[in-house]
Design a protein around this ligand. Structure first.
Ligand code: ATP
Ligand code: MG
Length: 437
């Protein structure tokens, strides 16, 4: 079978030929004996295909089919409105490719598995085969596809920056240390400095890649390895260019999901958000809103705490008609050394977070492009500019006004699907206690 022919199963779960015959390759998900014939549901790479197996064919094929068998079935495609996909396959030939030697530890064939997250994760190689679990990652795939399509279509170049990094990158408490042939190194906690370097090359860049955070707490919103969707753009008119680009991506992505993942969204009962003009509120006003609208005492002054994020989203939904809200102008000392300050609002940075359904999903902002300003800011932060001499080359040799953001893929998926725990939106989550499977 050629790969071109082989494309069809990805949409329909079967390869159909012009003479009316079809091939279905997959796992026997369910068998229903109807007396004289059986209904088979075959779980293919991305679909469930209904097949009909007559007694006479069954007898010819020798071995009895069992749930869990991997099979290659040949047959004729017949329209059937009651079957998923609108067709069924009347089988003429059965080939059993392998037979399991153990029963799965999770109820794969139940409509809903109804198992705890721990059992789900302990049995991840198999639990992911369940149509529900699989649907989560088909949706996640579409979010990444939309990111690529949208940004590529808007003049961004896709880049791949190193994840093994030397001392002198961002630093901080939550880095994983590494022994690099006797030299200290660490796993990248963000592609930040490299994507800025690449703005000097391509003007607009993006990257979809893992980042590593040694989060030492156990929460439902943190993983120790997650996928960051990053972009960085040059020749900014201001921070609003970045926020507008993100808004346009989200609008594009929701439309893309509607078109590509209707079945998966329906299976999971997901309700997509409307992405209109996303309201914008300054950090100072956000803190004030929490006090004045909700009568809550302030959390810390440097950042929003998780409860404040929930409240601000509640406010945005009720009062501003949006499930998203941008919070801008965070206190400068709490933002990284490359963040540009707002000259009209001293002490506050041109930086923003995007909150969605009660959770931060993005941090972004405008970066410093002037060499003297960047060196000065490093000194204010107690950082030795000499440690950043590679990075500072870009400022010295000239950079346009630029900025960008990082959007957490698992958090976006989690919030779209309404999950309480980010682990549900990660294939093989890494957390404080889990490195396996
Ligand atoms: P938080 O305050 O929620 O811990 P952060 O502000 O430390 O997050 P950033 O460094 O701003 O995170 O990262 C940018 C984005 O990456 C976040 O908005 C979020 O979507 C995602 N993200 C950050 N840390 C994690 C993590 N540990 N696990 C999963 N996603 C994360
Ligand atoms: Mg953040």
């Amino acid at each position: 079978m050629s790969y071109i022919e082989g494309r069809k199963p990805w949409s329909e779960g079967a390869t159909h030929r012009e003479d009316g015959t079809s091939t279905v390759e997959g796992f026997i998900h369910r068998i229903r004996d109807m007396g004289g014939f059986s209904f088979l549901v075959v779980r293919t790479g991305r679909a469930m295909v209904q097949c009909v197996l007559e007694e006479s064919v069954k007898e010819k094929s020798g071995r009895q089919l069992e749930t869990g068998d991997t099979v290659r079935l040949e047959g004729v495609r017949v329209p059937e409105t009651r079957a998923a996909g609108g067709f069924e396959i009347r089988i003429s030939h059965v080939e059993i490719l392998s037979r399991p030697s153990a029963q799965p530890q999770v109820p794969l064939t139940r409509r809903k598995m109804d198992i705890s997250i721990d059992v789900n994760l302990d049995n991840r190689p198999i639990s992911l085969r369940h149509p529900h679990e699989r649907a989560i990652f088909i949706i996640q795939e579409a979010l990444v596809q939309a990111f690529r399509l949208f940004l590529s279509g808007n003049g961004f170049t896709e880049v791949h920056t190193p994840k093994i990094q030397a001392a002198g990158a961002e630093g901080g408490a939550n880095i994983f240390k590494l022994d690099y042939f006797g030299h200290p190194a660490f796993l990248g906690q963000s592609p930040q400095l490299y994507k800025q370097m690449m703005v000097g090359v391509f003007g607009r860049v993006f990257e979809v890649a893992p980042v590593f955070r040694a989060e030492k707490h156990n929460t439902t919103r943190h993983l120790n390895e997650y996928i960051s969707m990053d972009f960085e753009m040059g020749f900014l008119h201001g921070m609003q260019d970045i926020m507008e680009t993100e808004t346009a991506y989200l609008r594009f992505a929701m439309q893309y999901l509607k078109e590509k993942c209707a079945a998966e969204l329906a299976l999971l009962g997901a309700v997509l958000p409307e992405v209109g003009a996303i309201p914008v509120m300054k950090f100072k006003d956000a803190k004030k809103t929490v006090v004045e609208y909700f009568g809550k005492k302030l959390g810390g002054h440097g950042d929003l705490d998780p409860e404040e994020e929930v409240l601000l989203c509640e406010y945005a939904k009720k009062e501003l008609g949006s499930e998203f809200i941008f919070i801008t102008h965070y206190p400068s000392p709490r933002r990284p050394f490359y963040a540009m300050d707002d000259p009209e609002d001293p002490g506050y940075a041109f930086s923003f977070d995007l909150l969605f359904r009660g959770l931060e999903i993005t941090t972004g902002g405008q970066r410093i492009h002037d060499h003297a300003m960047q060196v000065g800011k490093m000194q204010e932060h107690g950082i030795d500019p000499a440690e950043f001499k590679d990075y500072l080359q870009i400022h010295a040799c000239g950079m346009p006004p630029h900025g960008g953001l990082g959007l957490g893929l698992e958090r976006l998926t989690q919030q779209i699907l309404g999950y309480k725990n980010i682990r549900q939106a990660s294939l093989f989550p890494r957390d404080l206690k889990r490195m396996l499977p």
